[in-house]
Unconditional design. Sequence first.
Length: 153
Amino acid sequence: MKLTVLYGTETGNSEGLAKKVAAKGEKNGVTVDLVDLSDYSVEKLAAIQNPVLVIISTWDDGAPPPTCVDFCDELFAASVDLSHLEYAVLALGDNEYMQFCECGKKVDAKLAALGAKAVLPRTDMGADFMVTYIGWSKDFWKAMKDVYGVGAA
């Protein structure tokens, strides 16, 4: 089975978590494609036939990371049918900001509005994301096992 992990980052935290997911996936027989959203398009997203995990941070007060602005602008303006797509969103942010994890919330809402089906509810993580990640990872891989029969329970 294949999993596509799309990450959007400015400081490297989302990329670091994406690499952790990839390592866990590989240990559990899942082929993982790691893709930086700075070099991605909605057209490519629409062509994916396997589950997608989006790990994205929020920059400043609710904005996407600067490297992902083009992808996010394209996604938020898109009207493509994504009803075949199954996904999960892991949102990172700073709880000091009013619009905590806003970019991840917008990505999740837009994917759902385009017909994609969430296999796990969006998870928002703050500055202590490594602590939160451990529980999220267990939930994510349990969902992968329940839905696709792969991964650790």
